[in-house]
Design a protein around this ligand. Sequence first.
Ligand SMILES: CC(C)(COP(=O)(O)OP(=O)(O)OC[C@H]1O[C@@H](n2cnc3c(N)ncnc32)[C@H](O)[C@@H]1OP(=O)(O)O)[C@@H](O)C(=O)NCCC(=O)NCCS
Length: 245
Amino acid sequence: MSETSIWSAPPVSLSLLAGEVHVWRLGLEQSAAEFLALLDIEEVARANRFHFDKDRNHFVVARGFLRLLLGRYLQAEPKQLKFSYGEWGKPSLAGEFRDSRLRFNMSHSHGVALYAVTEGREIGVDVEHERADFAGDDIARRFFSPFEVGVLCELPDEDRVAGFFRCWTRKEAYIKATGRGLSQPLDGFDVTLGATENVMLLRTDDGSPERWQLVDVAVGAGYAGALAVEKPVSEIRYWDANDRD
Ligand SMILES: CC(C)(COP(=O)(O)OP(=O)(O)OC[C@H]1O[C@@H](n2cnc3c(N)ncnc32)[C@H](O)[C@@H]1OP(=O)(O)O)[C@@H](O)C(=O)NCCC(=O)NCCS
C-alpha cells in the first residue's frame, strides 16, 4: 500500500475534540489470535460462519480492532463492550455505553479496514478495492442515479474506473451514515464524481444535502475511500494503526 501524506502514527493518548473526526486505517493481514479473544459469543459465531479462513481472519481482526479502538476512546475494556444494531444493521454502542455520544462506523475491503469515530453526529465510511472488471456501465446504471451515470459517461476513459469508485464509495458512505444501507433508494440522491471538484452531496431524498459533509479518504494505491458525517466538522485526523513508531 503506497503511503500518502494524510496518515500519521496514532498518538499515545487519544482525545476527540468537539467537531473532530478521527479516521483510522488498518491492514487486516495479521494474526487474528489476540483479536479473537476480544470478541463476544455472537461475533465468534459469526466469524465461524465464514467459508474461507482468510475472510474469517479479516472479520476477526477488523471487529477485534473496533473493540480495541472504542475501548481506548471510552477507557473501557474492549471485551466488555456491547453493540446493538439498527433496523438495517448499523452497529452502535449498547449496554453501559448506550448513552455515550461516541459514534463510529467501519468498512473493510480486500485486506484493508477503515474506521471513523466522532461525537454526537452520525457518520459513515466506506473503502473499496478498485477493480476495473467491476466498474462497468451496467453496474453503474444499476446502482447510480441518472445524474451520476451521466457524469460518469462524460469522464475521460482513463478516469472512468477511478470515477466509478469515487461515486460508489461516496454513495456508500452516505447510506452508511444514515444507517439505512441499501434500503435507501440509490437513485434518490446524487453525489459529485470529480476528483478535484468539491466532494459533496448535491441532492438527498430528505431535501437537506447541506446537512452532510462528504470527504474522500486517500486510503492508498488501488483503493477508494469516502466518509460522510453530519456537519459541522472542525477537523479530520487520519491515523494509521499499523504505524507504531
Ligand atoms: C451493509 C452495508 C451497509 C455495507 O456493506 P459493504 O459495503 O458490503 O460493507 P462495508 O465493509 O463497507 O461495511 C460493513 C460494516 O458496516 C457496518 N454496517 C452494517 N450495516 C450497516 C448500516 N446499515 N449502516 C451503517 N453501517 C453498517 C458494520 O460495522 C459492518 O461491519 P461487519 O460486516 O464487520 O459487521 C450496505 O450498504 C450494503 O449491503 N452494501 C452493499 C454494496 C452496495 O450495493 N453498495 C451500493 C453503493 S452505490
